[in-house]
Design a binder for this molecule. Structure first.
Ligand code: 13P
Length: 248
């Protein structure tokens, strides 16, 4: 399967900075098909800009969150249908920063995944254990519980989601999971997906957490690591393109 490399810009950027970053990425591709599928997930106000800059290019775009509600009196929320209006292909759901700072529960995350799919957007459902959970030997239990909620909600559409394993202790810390650590969790997730769909091999399972130009190739060489969800390194065109190339 062709790898999928997704940039998560988090709360970074500006009209001017985004434009130079995207132009540097497009320039680096030089009209050639990238070795991996590519997408960029921007803060909502910049989705229109990405649509303008990326339509017709090899780079898809998406949002970093989506409302669990359909529409109405939910001040500050952005619905899946609105994201679709801006041709978003993806929406990240259940990022650990949303679980941690916004109290998102497994059931809220599952509802978000379902809303995205219903609007024709591929949810990138994030799972991952904290350091305390890993040290307590709870990694498998935690990621399976998080993914089970999403699978239960999307049911027969499980083969249409993207899953991202992001160990919380590896995010933004420079402390990447080893390829073996990541692979062993990815294998567990693949098994869980296999119990829910006939085509577990169609589901991209991304790794995220301090993935960079130097360590991408060894992570992406693992049999169940189908791509990456990249934070910091997605803000540098050359680094991001090196990760994309490492997926060849
Ligand atoms: P970093 O690549 O900055 O560690 O962030 C990973 C992440 O959270 C992507 O969603």
């Amino acid at each position: 399967m062709k790898k999928l490399i997704v940039g998560n810009w988090k709360m970074n950027g500006s009209l001017a900075a985004n434009q130079s970053l995207v132009q540097a990425m497009l320039g680096g591709l030089a009209g050639q098909a990238p070795a991996s599928h590519m997408a960029l997930c921007a803060p909502s106000p910049y989705l229109a800009q990405l649509q303008l800059l990326l339509t017709g290019s090899a780079i898809a775009w998406g949002a970093q969150d989506v409302s669990s509600q359909e529409q109405g009196a939910f001040t500050g929320e952005v619905s899946a249908v609105m994201l679709k209006d801006f041709a978003c292909r993806y929406a990240i759901v259940g990022h650990s920063e949303r679980r941690q700072y916004h109290g998102e529960t497994d059931s809220v995350v599952a509802a978000k995944a379902q809303r995205a799919l219903a609007a024709g957007i591929t949810p990138i459902a994030c799972v991952g254990e904290t350091l305390a959970e890993r040290e307590a030997g709870q990694t498998e239990v935690v990621v399976k519980r998080q993914l089970a909620a999403v699978i239960h909600a999307v049911a027969h559409c499980t083969s249409e989601i993207v899953v991202a394993y992001e160990p919380v202790w590896a995010i933004g810390t420079g402390q990447t999971a080893t390829p073996e650590q990541a692979q062993s969790v990815h294998a567990v997730l693949r098994g869980q997906i296999a119990a829910a769909t006939e085509h577990p091999e169609r589901v991209h399972i991304l790794y995220g957490g301090s993935m960079n130009a130097a360590n991408a190739a060894s992570l992406l060489a693992q049999p169940d690591i189908d791509g990456g969800l990249i934070g910091g390194a997605s803000l540098k065109a050359a680094d991001f393109l090196q990760i994309v190339a490492a997926g060849a």
